[in-house]
Structures are given as structure tokens and as C-alpha cells.
Design a protein around this ligand. Sequence first.
Ligand code: ATR
Length: 278
Amino acid sequence: MSEIHPPLAGIIGFPVGHTKSPMLHGHWLKRHNINGYYIPIGLSQPDFERGLRSMHLLGFRGVNVTVPHKVSAVSLADTVTDRAALIGAANTLTFRPDGSIRADNTDGYGFIQNVKQICPEWDVTLGPALVLGAGGAARAVISALLTEGAPEIRLANRTRARSEALKEHFGARVHPIDWNRASDATEGAATIVNTTSLGMVGQPELKLSLNAAPDSAVVIDIVYAPLETPLLAAARARGLRAVDGLGMLLHQAVPAFEVWFGIRPEVDDDLRRAVLGQ
Ligand code: ATR
């Protein structure tokens, strides 16, 4: 098959120009001498289904999907993994030989693998997790933390109704708290995660005091531009372990690359440098 079609994969989003995924998969393709391509594809919502259904014919093994297609990808797929169904969104689609579509979500996996790689002694079961934000990224993070055994999720979001909706979805271990009480909720937390866009380039800073957090707390920001957000800088200044968001992006791509191109790739410093354009 690969003599006829070089293996293809890509990412569909709108807009899609800013994505780092082509650099990331491109690095692995080169590293493993695979004569394949990973292509960014800008398709808006009305064209998504038609475009997606033609990709298998064009030689694509699969695609990542990003904003605004993560939720609709689940309803278009023929099969959906348990974790994608639990999150209610997909980021990885694979085309089977008959053209049918399998939807998976590797964001939560990427989140967990990143924290474990940077901070091997992290133990999510040791205490509550404080999660800031209740958007799409929070759904993946909460789902993964619960699966890993977090005893409690303290969930703070500016719009309280969204955290209440996540409690309905994920169940009794999720405890919505007021946005302006988030600093108090660091007390006793084993894990503290920012899933909001606050702290990202061009966005306001996240105002969270870490004074009450235990010395053993691990602080994670899923923002990766900048790599060192004010939250992570504050965590390090307090002597807490801090994990940046780039690794989540890198690790979520591992299962996709493996299923599309047949080799399980490594997340290492070379990859980080390639993706950062260094
Ligand atoms: P994603 O899919 O990347 O999580 P999203 O669904 O737009 O994106 O969610 C963005 C998150 O950042 C939300 O939790 C949002 O809070 P609201 O639900 O109240 O909108 C949070 N967020 C964005 N800007 C914020 C701000 N200025 N202050 C507080 N929270 C903010």
C-alpha cells in the first residue's frame, strides 16, 4: 500500500495555521525514515463531514481534529473509544481499511504521561486535585485524573454553571467551588492544574496564591506559550514542582503516530527543541 500512497496523516481545524502538530509528527517521520507526510488542513464546520469522508480515499491513515471539530468528530465516527465517549470529544481519528472511522481522545493520556515523565514521584492518589477551568481541556484532564485515582477534584471556573455541569457528567468526586475561592482550595491539594487560557501570551495572568498549598503539591499548566507561565514561576519560587504544557501536546501525539505509522515514537529533548523551532 505504501508504494502506491505514501502514508498520510494530518490535522483538521479552523483556523489551523498555528498548530505545532506538523512539526511534531514531521520530526518523528524523519527520525524513523518513514516516507510519509503530516498535513494541516483548514476546514470549517459546514465542510468538515464531506472533507473527512473523502480522506480515506486520498490515502490518509488518520487525522487529528482540533477546534471546532472535536465534539462533532465523535458523532460522525463509526466507533468511539471509552475515553473519547467519557470526555465527549475526540482528537484522534483513524480510518480502517474499509474507510470506517474510529474516534479516540488522547489528550488525557498526554496530560498524565507528561506529568509522570517530568515528575516521576507524582502520586495523584495522595490528595485532592484542584482544577481551574471547565472547558474542553478541563474535561480531558478531569477524566484522566479520575481514572488515575484522584480522590477528589476541586473544580473552580469563572462560570460556575459549567463546573456544575461537569459534576453532573463526572459524578460525586467532582466538587465545584467558587472561582474566587480557588486560592483557599490549594490547601491539602496534591495536584494543581490550570486548564484555562489565563497566562497564555496575550491573555491576562492567572491570579492564584499558592501560599496554602502543601510542599508536596505538583503544579501543572496546560498553557505552553509561554512555557514558563506566571503560575509555574510562582510555583518554582515557592519550591513546588512545576510542569509545563508542551509535554501534554507531545505525549498526546504518541498513540496517534503509532497507530497511523506503526512505530511508537519517543518524547525527548530533541522533539521538544524541534517543536519549539530551536
Ligand atoms: P478549551 O477547550 O481550551 O478548554 P474553552 O472551552 O473556551 O477552551 O475554555 C476556556 C476556559 O478558560 C474556561 O474555563 C473559561 O472560563 P469560562 O467557562 O468562565 O468562560 C476560562 N477562561 C477564559 N478566559 C478567562 C478569564 N478571563 N477569566 C477566567 N477564566 C477564563
